[in-house]
Design a protein around this ligand. Structure first.
Ligand SMILES: O=C(O)CCC(=O)C(=O)O
Ligand SMILES: [Fe+2]
Length: 767
């Protein structure tokens, strides 16, 4: 068999026929003769007359319930012919049929199924036997064989249940029917509707060694595939060389399951047999198994089949995202993503929520996902990178196998919270060396695993755990994937404990590491981070409450916060303003106030001084930022005044001088041009904007030029209307200065007056 170990494994599991639990065969009438004392040989098909005479020899059949043997025609209504009156003779065909049945029941070839005659039964019209299970009368009894003699009758079907499925068997008028079933199957005989149903029942005994069954052999082959899989380095795509052997194998089952319905005992159809085989194989290979739920997304290059028949259907279907999946023809698989989202251990129980993204080399499946029905799909028309794509989502159960000694790493990757708890347990048990070793096993995937999980919750656990490792480097490694803005007041004491344990240099490096992702200029894009800055006073209060190590730690947090905030805001304080930017600056008031308040609490003089300095920045924009911060200060826990007072004074001064500027004359149409571009077009534009007399400008300009000018005007929100007159070549761009120029300045003045009044009143600034 060619291919990788995991491909062979999938193929073996696909071919494995699950053994039947009941089987049926027919023999010729000539293969059996039955003689009954007092009646002579039976003629096949058994006539009504012979059946009546046969009944005459019998008695009501009993049935077993617990220790008792009862007769109750409500439960079992049939005639039993005393067994010592009956003699059967079979041809060799009987033995051959028993061998076939043995194979189909999944029993090993070197064993023998021996029939042990049990009873002869006659069901006359109306008689039956309700659902029951046969008692195993002998240690070697594995099942029952029911032989229905040829006779004309209807009804009297033998129903046999197994794993929620029911098989139905009927007798024949012209043949001997044989049904064999395992002793654990519940079964019943439905009422006979016409005629007589006559059966011989046998206990089926199994002799010979059944330990090396076919299943056993298959499990051995599968185990060999697992051994090879876990020992073979992975060949990376695109000539990327070789990587370590895989640490897990996820075999995808074929049915869809919900997280709640995920259970070893509720697997459907062939899934149950395959899972059982794989478990047996894993056991042989020294591996552990879990049953997981896989979320699968596949992106296919696809053709809309409607587009193929342009002439006919094109007009029928509007373009739509809602994919009628069957309408598309799949071409190539562009991308596939398989993530395990839940799992249950080998012993079952509640599914645990996890998250583990699998690599291709870790997945095997007998049925590719494309051969199943997705639970959702979405079609996207031509997007540039690819042609048309069809996204499909599947949810499949998976049996996940890993070598026993890789159990910790596998579970840890799927659930970092679990890993931290386990480390904690080892530490508490005094097993620190082991805990350190286990932590080292996390290195290859720890960052990615933490970053894809619920970081807020994890950080608390991590802070509480790493001190006990008593190893600065390992502790730093475990904390590395987190971000500074995940810190909340509840973490304060654990964090300060670490500073005390590993030293302030270690803490400084950790905090810097945590703010590494705060790239300059990302200020505008992180509402979450701005919210965190606004909450700094609470965090600092908690840190300061822990004592002097807490003060140092709080100051470090503030230094980093201020460095990033000031770096982000400074470039926006100079240059021309726009409405969008004004709004943004006003939104920064709360985080600014948060930093200042916390800095005052922690006595971070450097931060406070620098903030006051920022308040003196050139440009009127700073007024917006500072007044927003001062207004926000009212909503923060009592500020100490230091910093805020100086800012308030500076701001009031600033507003006064702005108001003292002469107002724009009614005929002054000059506009301050945007900075930043030094091209010829911008020079021409600038000259027009600055000119107090010119209101309109008809500018013949080719398309690219017009686009550049449009963009500039829109971005700087200049009070200038732009229209393109589509006449002549090139077209003419017509620019017109609008009344908004005066309106905006009037508004700014009104706002400044209001702010000044508020400042002088609330911040007690001398008028
Ligand atoms: O008569 C049959 O088909 C089955 C009888 C039976 O279930 C029994 O004897 O236990
Ligand atoms: Fe039975």
């Amino acid at each position: 068999m060619p291919g990788t170990a995991r491909e062979r494994l999938a193929e073996l599991l696909g071919e494995a026929k699950s053994p039947a639990s009941s089987v049926y065969r027919k023999l010729f009438m000539a293969d059996l003769s039955v003689a009954v004392d007092g009646l002579g040989p039976l003629q096949f098909p058994v006539s009504e007359e012979q059946a009546i005479r046969l009944r005459g020899l019998g008695h009501r059949a009993r049935f077993g319930r617990g220790e008792q043997t009862l007769t109750d025609p409500e439960v079992r209504d049939t005639w039993e012919i005393p067994k010592d009156l009956v003699r059967m003779e079979w041809t060799d065909a009987f033995k051959a049929v028993l061998e076939v049945m043995r194979d189909e029941l999944g029993l090993p070839p070197h064993c023998e199924l021996t029939p042990d005659f049990h009873s002869m039964l006659v069901y006359e019209t109306g008689q039956f036997f309700v659902t029951h299970q046969d008692s195993e009368k002998d240690d070697s009894m594995v099942g029952t064989l029911v032989v229905t003699l040829p006779s004309a009758h209807t009804g009297g079907e033998l129903l046999i249940e197994h794993r929620g499925q029911t098989a139905e068997y009927r007798g024949s008028k012209v043949a001997v029917s044989l049904v064999a079933f395992y002793a654990d199957c519940r079964h019943q005989v439905l009422p006979v509707k016409t005629g007589n149903r006559i059966t011989l029942t046998y206990n089926l005994l199994l002799t010979g060694d059944s330990s090396a069954s076919a299943e056993d052999t298959l499990a051995g082959e599968l185990a060999a595939c697992l051994d090879e899989h876990f020992a073979t380095p992975v060949t990376l795509a695109y000539g990327g060389g070789q990587a370590d052997p895989p640490t897990r194998l996820a075999y995808l089952l074929d049915h869809e399951y919900t997280a709640r319905g995920l259970s070893w005992s509720r697997l459907k159809g062939a899934d149950a047999d395959r899972a059982a085989l794989l478990r047996a194989a894993a056991d042989k290979a020294g591996c552990d198994v879990v049953l997981a739920l896989a979320e699968i997304q596949e992106t296919w290059d696809a053709i809309d089949s409607d587009e193929e028949d342009y002439d006919y259907d094109d007009y029928l279907e509007e373009d739509s995202d809602e994919a009628d999946d069957g309408q598309y023809v799949l071409q190539d698989l562009i991308d596939s993503d398989i993530t395990l989202a839940h799992w249950v251990g080998p012993g079952g129980g509640q599914p645990e929520e996890i998250s583990l993204t699998l690599r291709d080399a870790e997945v095997a499946a007998t049925t590719p996902s494309a051969g199943l029905t997705p639970y959702a799909s979405e079609y996207e028309g031509y997007m540039g990178n690819y042609g048309n794509t069809l996204d499909r989502w599947y949810r499949r159960a998976a049996v996940v196998v890993w070598p026993r000694n890789q159990g910790f790493a596998n579970r840890a990757q799927a659930s970092p919270a679990w890993a931290l708890d386990e480390l904690g347990k080892m530490i508490r048990a005094g097993d620190v060396t082991n805990a350190r070793d286990a932590a080292q096993a996390l290195v290859p995937f720890w960052d990615a695993a933490v970053r894809s999980g619920p970081q807020d919750e994890l950080l608390g656990r991590a802070l509480g755990t790493v001190k006990g490792l008593d190893d600065a480097e390992t502790a730093a490694m475990l904390l590395h994937p987190f971000q500074l803005e995940r810190l909340v007041p509840d973490h304060a004491s654990a964090l300060v404990d670490l500073a005390a344990h590993y030293g302030q240099t270690w803490m400084a490096a950790l905090l810097r590491d945590w703010s590494e992702a705060w790239r300059p200029g990302t200020l505008g894009y992180s509402p979450e981070l701005l919210e965190w800055l606004s909450g700094l006073p609470q965090l600092c209060t908690a840190l300061l409450a822990t004592g002097s190590e807490g003060v140092t730690t709080a100051r470090r947090v503030l230094d980093l916060s201020w460095e990033w905030f000031a770096g982000g805001v400074r470039p926006s304080l100079t240059g021309p303003s726009s409405n969008g930017q004004d709004e943004w600056l006003a939104d920064l008031g709360r985080p600014f106030a948060g930093i200042l308040t916390a800095a005052a609490q922690a006595g971070s003089d450097a931060v406070l001084d620098d903030a006051v300095k920022l308040g003196h920045a050139d440009g009127d924009q700073v007024i917006l930022l500072v007044t927003a911060a001062l207004r926000a200060a009212g909503t923060l826990p009592a500020h100490t005044g230091r910093g805020f007072d100086e800012l308030a004074v500076g701001c009031a001064e600033r507003i006064r001088s702005s108001l003292a500027q002469p107002q724009r004359a009614p005929d002054d149409w000059s506009i301050e041009p945007p900075t930043g571009c030094a091209c010829d077009l911008c020079a021409t534009l600038g000259a027009f904007l600055r000119d107090p007399k010119r209101r309109t400008f008809a500018w013949p300009l080719a398309k690219a030029g017009r686009a550049h000018v449009h963009a500039l005007i829109d971005m700087a929100e200049l009070p200038v209307r732009h229209e393109t007159r589509r006449q002549g070549r090139p077209y003419t761009l017509v620019l017109t200065k609008t009344e908004a120029l005066f309106e905006r300045e009037r508004l700014a003045r009104t706002r400044n007056e209001a702010d000044l009044a508020w400042l002088t009143k609330t911040w007690k600034i001398p008028v």
